[in-house]
Design a protein around this ligand. Structure first.
Ligand SMILES: Cc1cc2nc3c(=O)[nH]c(=O)nc-3n(C[C@H](O)[C@H](O)[C@H](O)COP(=O)(O)OP(=O)(O)OC[C@H]3O[C@@H](n4cnc5c(N)ncnc54)[C@H](O)[C@@H]3O)c2cc1C
Length: 253
């Protein structure tokens, strides 16, 4: 991306800094990857000094939006589901070292594996508005479409809170892509529960879908919600979704 419209980098940035024409900056690996002629100032969150990851006494975990994928892997990689989601990036360690968990959620790409992880782990997200007021939203409702989220003008994602029970659950994960190291065309995560399987469908669809199997029917996902791009046709993504959902249900049942 040409940065010739950017006149200033505010580092470190705080919620109150925001004004029209600003963009919050995480690792910049998505932001600098496409033209953003509207951006005048970059508000650098990575310099804010937020502790990347905090384990609370009750076993719940707070992940700062600025936590890099590499730091997440290092601290929580003992959990298979965390490892699998980190490896679901179409990106090497070079990107892992700068890309942030929050940046992945806010970029809201269908193939955002930190979105998949946050939804599957039942994370709650802390958002801070320009006036410093906070609100919490479930990860499952944060992404609303391709590149769109519930973030309001000037609002930032501060952190993800993951309950301790999420780390004790059993998971099954399936990922499909046109190429071995290609971008995810479908990423499904099942979580075993006493009431069946809680299935998170991502990458195949424009936004995450959460279903309870076997009660819910995959037909509840509208056909128009399947992504159509160079990484896979909607009909194939729909097929992968059904195929993987059946495998996950069998594995966790
Ligand atoms: C080779 C390569 C492979 C990639 N593979 C994938 C992939 O497989 N899947 C995928 O999803 N992405 C992929 N990406 C894109 C990108 O690397 C990731 O989405 C990454 O996680 C973005 O994080 P970041 O910290 O760099 O975000 P940034 O680029 O800094 O920010 C992304 C967007 O979110 C906003 N933002 C950032 N942080 C916050 C915050 N805390 N609050 C509010 N808004 C914020 C920014 O303003 C910007 O609009 C890839 C990129 C490259 C270069």
């Amino acid at each position: 991306m040409d940065l010739n419209t950017v006149t200033e980098v505010i580092s470190p940035a705080a919620p109150g800094c925001w004004r029209p024409g600003d963009a919050w900056l995480g690792g910049g690996t998505a932001l600098f990857g496409e033209p953003r002629p509207d951006v005048r100032r970059l508000l650098d969150l990575t310099a804010a000094g937020w502790p990347p990851l905090t384990v609370h006494d009750d076993g719940s975990v707070e992940i700062a939006a600025t936590c890099t994928v590499a730091a997440l892997y290092e601290r929580l990689g003992r959990h298979a589901i965390v490892r699998q989601c980190c490896h679901a990036f179409l990106a090497s360690f070079k990107i892992w070292n700068v890309a942030t968990v929050g940046g992945n959620l806010c970029a809201a790409l269908p193939a955002g594996p930190m979105i998949s992880l946050a939804v599957a782990l039942d994370a709650s997200l802390l958002l801070i508005g320009p006036d410093g007021a906070g609100r919490r939203v479930p990860a499952a409702s944060f992404v609303t479409g391709e590149g769109t989220t519930v973030l309001r003008e000037g609002e930032l994602l501060r952190s993800l809170h993951i309950p301790a029970s999420s780390f004790a659950a059993r998971y099954a994960c399936r990922r499909g892509s046109l190429h071995r190291h290609g971008r995810s065309a479908a990423l499904l995560i099942g979580r075993g529960s006493s009431a069946g399987v809680i299935l998170t469908v991502t990458a195949a669809t424009r936004r995450p879908h959460v279903l309870r199997l076997p009660a819910d029917d995959l037909a509840a996902i509208p056909a128009g919600d399947y992504v159509d791009d160079v990484h896979g046709r909607p009909i194939w993504r729909q097929h992968l979704t059904r195929h993987y959902a059946a495998q996950i249900l069998a594995e966790l049942s």
